[in-house]
Write a protein that binds this ligand. Structure first.
Ligand code: APR
Length: 312
């Protein structure tokens, strides 16, 4: 029997609201936004507003808001944005204590009410929060993933497009590592229409783009002054959800549990993943140069420190 996908959005704030909007615009499925009781009105109000927008798009979806986690039953995908965003001057790690408490309660609720979904975590500090969610739920590793690299590669591609004037569609620019300033944009493998980026831009320009990519989240936090990015994180998470729901087997850099890949043992860190109906179906291993390996080791240390702070 044909079915409509059901997508659970935990957190109806900036990213959660945009996710609901994008799901409705693309008619990807029905969406349920779950927030805390004090914010139930926000979840209900945003989803109702979007429902009233759908006639203008001609899309048929059901959106609703609640604070009742039991309504998540039967969701195919759950996208978690519950948590506090950064303010200017804060690092992602500054959010750890407060967001760990939130992830703990969210993990308990999802385990109880919807244990079979594919779970995408966005809450920061990302690599530590997805690790915590995995540990607290005990879900299999193929059904827990963190959204970071999808966003970082999108930012990298956008900056290359801005610099070269060529279409974003034809630019590939992989990024690995933790979601923070130590991430590793692999410019050596970046291409524009198949032409290596290193043959198109000077090393100086590439270095500037790499640096901007590493600081892209902070650049937005400074500009917004009262929160962090939300349009691009929502689009990135949806790309991952769509690859799972449609079994597209897209190769997207994501924070996935490594058990030996790249020499990483037992940590979630940004690696190229294949996302299909089986969830995280595979981690692709790229042969790295000694310099890239060193950079990956450095970013791993940053992730390990944040994970140690979770005490899980
Ligand atoms: N259960 C459900 N929702 C919760 C919970 C909880 N236990 N705790 C908080 N929330 C909700 C908040 O009430 C709020 O509506 O999560 C929402 C977060 O929304 P925003 O504050 O607007 O934050 P947003 O910009 O969406 O970012 C969310 O994603 O990228 C990360 O760093 C970012 O950690 C932050 C998260």
């Amino acid at each position: 029997m044909p079915k409509r996908y059901k997508i659970g959005l935990i957190g109806g704030g900036q990213i959660g609201g945009i996710l609901a909007l994008m799901i409705a615009q693309r008619e990807l499925g029905d969406a349920l936004v779950v927030d805390i009781p004090q914010k139930e009105g926000l979840a209900k109000g945003k989803t109702l507003d979007i429902m009233e927008m759908t006639p203008h798009y001609g899309t048929d979806v059901n959106l609703s808001g609640t604070s009742d986690f039991s309504q998540l039953k039967g969701c195919d995908v759950i996208i978690i944005t519950a948590g506090v965003p950064r303010r200017p001057g804060m690092t992602r790690e500054d959010l750890l204590d407060v967001n760990l408490k939130i992830i703990t309660s969210v993990a308990e609720n999802i385990k109880k009410h919807c244990p079979d979904a594919f779970n995408i975590v966005l809450t920061n500090p990302l690599d530590a929060m997805v690790y915590a969610f995995y540990k607290l739920t005990g879900f299999p590793k193929n059904r827990v993933i963190g959204m970071a690299g999808a966003l970082d590669t999108g930012r990298f591609r956008a900056f290359v497009a801005m610099e070269t004037g060529y279409s974003v569609e034809d630019i590939t620019a992989p990024v690995m590592g933790g979601h923070g300033p130590t991430m590793v944009p692999l410019y050596r493998l970046a291409t524009v229409g198949g032409v290596p980026l290193t043959e198109i831009l000077s090393q100086e320009k590439i270095d500037a783009i790499v640096q901007r990519t590493r600081q892209a989240g902070t650049e937005i936090v400074k500009l917004l002054a009262n929160g962090s990015a939300y349009f691009s994180p929502a689009a990135s998470a949806l790309e991952m959800a769509e690859s799972y729901l449609k079994d597209k087997k897209r190769i997207i850099p994501c924070s996935a549990l490594c058990e030996g890949e790249y020499g990483v043992q037992g940590y979630f860190i940004g690696v190229p993943t294949v996302i299909g109906a089986g969830g995280v179906e595979k981690i692709l291993e790229i042969k790295l140069t000694p310099q890239e390996k060193e950079a990956l080791q450095e970013t791993l240390e940053a992730v390990k420190k944040a994970v140690a702070d979770t005490k899980l």
